[in-house]
Design a protein around this ligand. Sequence first.
Ligand code: ADP
Ligand code: MG
Length: 477
Amino acid sequence: MKHLLSNEASTESHETALMNDASFAELPLSSAMLGNLDRLGYATMTPIQAASLPITLAGSDLIAQAKTGSGKTAAFAIPLLAKIDSTRFDVQALVLCPTRELAEQVTHELRRLARAEDNIKILTLAGGVMMRGQRASLEHGAHIVVGTPGRIMDLLDRGNLELGAVNTLVLDEADRMLDMGFHHDITYVAKRVPTHRQTLLFSATYPEGIAKLAEQFMRRPKRITVEARHDDRKIRQLFFEVQDSDRLMAVATLLNHYRPTSTLAFCNTKARCNDLVEQLSRAGFSAQALHGELEQRDRDQVLVQFANRSCSVLVATDVAARGLDIAHLEAVINVDVTPEPELHVHRIGRTGRADNEGLTLSLASGKEMGRVNRLEDEQGRPVKWADLATLTPASDRPLVPPMATIQIQVERKEKIRAGDVLGALTGAGGIAGDKVGKITIGAFSTYVAVQRDVAKAALKHLGAAKIKGKTVRVRLL
Ligand code: ADP
Ligand code: MG
C-alpha cells in the first residue's frame, strides 16, 4: 500500500509517513474506546485509518479515497463518536449513505464501535420504510442519524428532523451518491447543518463531481488517497503485432473477440482518436472521442454516456483522459505504444480496479518494438504476445452497449431531482424501475440511462409525461 497526498490548490497538502501496523493506542482516544477496539479485534489500524485519524481527530475536514473493504466506516466513526455528548438529547452527527442497505451496515458498525460509551442512540432513516415509524423514533431522540439523502431531506421538509446541533457531517460512498443523482439532495441537507461543523467525505473513486461538492461546503479539507499498489497480476496484459495499415481494424477485432462492455482506447494523437472513432462507428460500434478540444458541454455528454454504459468505447489521448475516474472499466486498449513507459503504466492502471480483473490489450507495429522493449525494462519482465489471427468474433451479433441515454432538456438550476425523472419514467404506463440506469443531472441537461430494448418506449413515455408539472423536450442520444 502507498499513501498519496495531493497538493491541489483547493486542499492543503499534508505529509504522512508510511505507517505499518500502526496501533490505535498512538491516537488520543479514550481508554474505553481503546478497550472496545481491542475487544472488536481491531489490533492495528488499516492504512486509511492510519492516514486519516490523526487529521480527523484534530478536527480537520477530510476527503478520503480508498477502495471498498479498507475500513472507512471506523475511519469516520471514531472521530464522530469522540465528539458525541450523550447527556444532550439532540442529533450531533449525520451520516449520509447512498442506499438503505449501506445505511444499515454503517449503523451496525457504528453501534459496535459506540459500545464503549454509555447510551449513544443511533437511528437509521432511509427510504423504502414507512415514514411514520421513523417520525416516532425521532421523537424519542437520537444522537446519530444515518440515512439516505432523499429521506433525510423529506423529514427535514416536514419538520420532523432538526439538525441544528450537528457537529459532524459524513458523506459515505460519495461517488455512489453522486452516481445516483443525489447531488442536489446532499447540498440541500448540508445547508441545514450548522456551518461550524466537521465534514468528512469518503469515496472509492474521485470523479469531478466530488471536487465540486467539496468546494460547495467543505472547509479547507485535507485530502488523502490510499491506493492499493497496483497489482499487475490482476491485469491480464496481451500484446498483438499489427501492420500500421491494419491497426484501426485490429481494434474492432479485439472488441468482437473480447466483447468488453466498457473500453477505454488510448491513442497517442488526437487525429488518431478521430480516425478510430470514425472507423469503429462505420463498423457498427458505439464509440466516442474525448480530446482536449471538446467544449465542457460536449465532454460532459460523452462522459455521461460512457459512464452509464450506453457507449462501448471511449477513445482518448492521455491528456484528455487525465483525471477520468471510471468505476467499471473492463478493458483498456492501447491503440499505439506510448513513447514513455510511465504513461503506459498509467493507462493500464485504469483497469483492474477494486478487485475486478482487468484486461489490457496493446497493439504494436514493427516500428514500435523499441518502445515495447523499454516497457519490458520498466516492468522487469517480458510482455506476453498473442496472435491477432487466432481471435474470432465471440458472437455474430455486433457489440452493442446495454443501455441507451435519453437527454431531457431540464437544467440543474430548475431544481430537478433524480426522483422526478424516475417518477416520470415509471409512472402509469411507463417502464419498469429496474430498466432505469444512472440518472445524471447536469448543469445544462439531465440524462437518464435506460435499457436499450425499452429506449423507444421510454422516450415516448417521457415525451408525453410531465416533470415538475411541465412537459419536457427529450431526445435519444
Ligand atoms: P469500507 O467502508 O472501506 O468498505 P468497512 O468500514 O465496511 O470498509 O470495513 C470492512 C471490514 O473491516 C469490516 O468488517 C470492519 O469491521 C473491518 N475493520 C475495519 N477496521 C478494522 C481494523 N482496524 N482491524 C480489523 N478489522 C477492521
Ligand atoms: Mg463503507
